[in-house]
Design a protein around this ligand. Structure first.
Ligand SMILES: [Zn+2]
Length: 279
């Protein structure tokens, strides 16, 4: 049967990074003092033991907080260019009267009906949809060099770090464990709905992204962006009869765009110039 194109091409910003140690933790495991990643379903894979093919299972986890990290970097970027944009807070003060809203920001979503800021356009708020979606393939840790996995997984080092809080005389007061991962990974932002200036803003923020998860000031969660690509991705889905039902066969085609990255950055610079004229 002929392949049918079912989906229009989507625009994807694919970002390749490296982290020596990151802890985007989800919460503690019940009845334990260890914080953990968000655990997903175990995935089977095959590997070779001599000539023998063997099957094993690997645990998979979600890298949480990528969207938040990108958003914070975009906030910082806009702030440094003198744009007033949405903060992540929807309250001006906490219950003790402490200021939650730094200078140069407005409450999240408060700009929607007046002069919608570029962060609100792209990231939305509670009652308004975001233009982008952020996705990363789950991470896992497989040591077999011959491993063959059919699912899209990212192989990194995952381990538990045991920590101790000590008093001055060296006795431990509290000990706890935290899971971390280390290595190269990638994530994607679907930017199909973004205008050029919005895409340019995201690209500049991505290039400066350096923080993920907790403990940054103690040396954790430093990330380095190694490379990014703007991809046009089209997916064709084709039904294939297997005697019982139709298997959905996917054919993915990707094209790398170079010029659009440069024109988007230019368009973002123009946007900044226009907004500084208005102020
Ligand atoms: Zn806003």
């Amino acid at each position: 049967m002929k392949v049918i194109e079912l989906i229009n091409p989507s625009k994807i910003l694919r970002v390749y990074c490296y982290t020596p140690i990151s802890k985007p933790l989800n919460g503690s495991i019940p009845r334990s003092n260890t914080s953990h990643f968000l655990r997903l379903c175990p995935v089977e894979y095959t590997y070779k033991n001599g000539k023998e093919e063997k099957i094993a299972k690997t645990e998979t986890y979600l890298i949480k907080g990528i969207r938040g990290a990108v958003r914070h970097q975009v906030m910082k970027l806009c702030h440094s260019h003198g744009l007033e944009v949405c903060h992540t807070s929807d309250k001006e003060t906490d219950k003790h009267g402490n200021q939650l809203l730094p200078k140069g920001f407005h409450l999240i979503g408060s700009c929607k009906n007046t002069d919608e800021c570029i962060i609100h356009q792209v990231f939305g708020s509670k009652r308004s949809t975001s233009l982008i979606s952020v996705y990363a393939d789950p991470i896992t840790s497989i040591n077999h060099a011959t491993a063959r996995i059919s699912q899209n997984l990212q192989n990194v080092q995952i381990a538990t770090e045991h920590r101790m809080v000590q008093s001055y005389d060296g006795n431990s007061i509290q000990d706890f464990g935290e899971r971390y991962f280390s290595g190269e990974f990638y994530f994607e932002i679907d930017v199909t709905q973004c205008e050029k200036s919005q895409l340019g803003m995201l690209i500049e923020a991505i290039m400066n992204l350096h923080k993920l998860g907790g403990g940054f000031n103690s040396g954790y969660g430093h990330i380095r962006i190694q490379k990014f690509q703007l991809l046009y991705r089209s997916i064709a889905r084709n039904p294939e009869w297997d005697g019982d039902g139709f298997i959905v066969k996917e054919t993915v085609k990707e094209k790398v765009r170079k010029k659009e990255v440069l024109t988007s950055l230019k368009s973002w610079k123009e946007y900044l110039k226009e907004s500084s004229k208005c102020n």
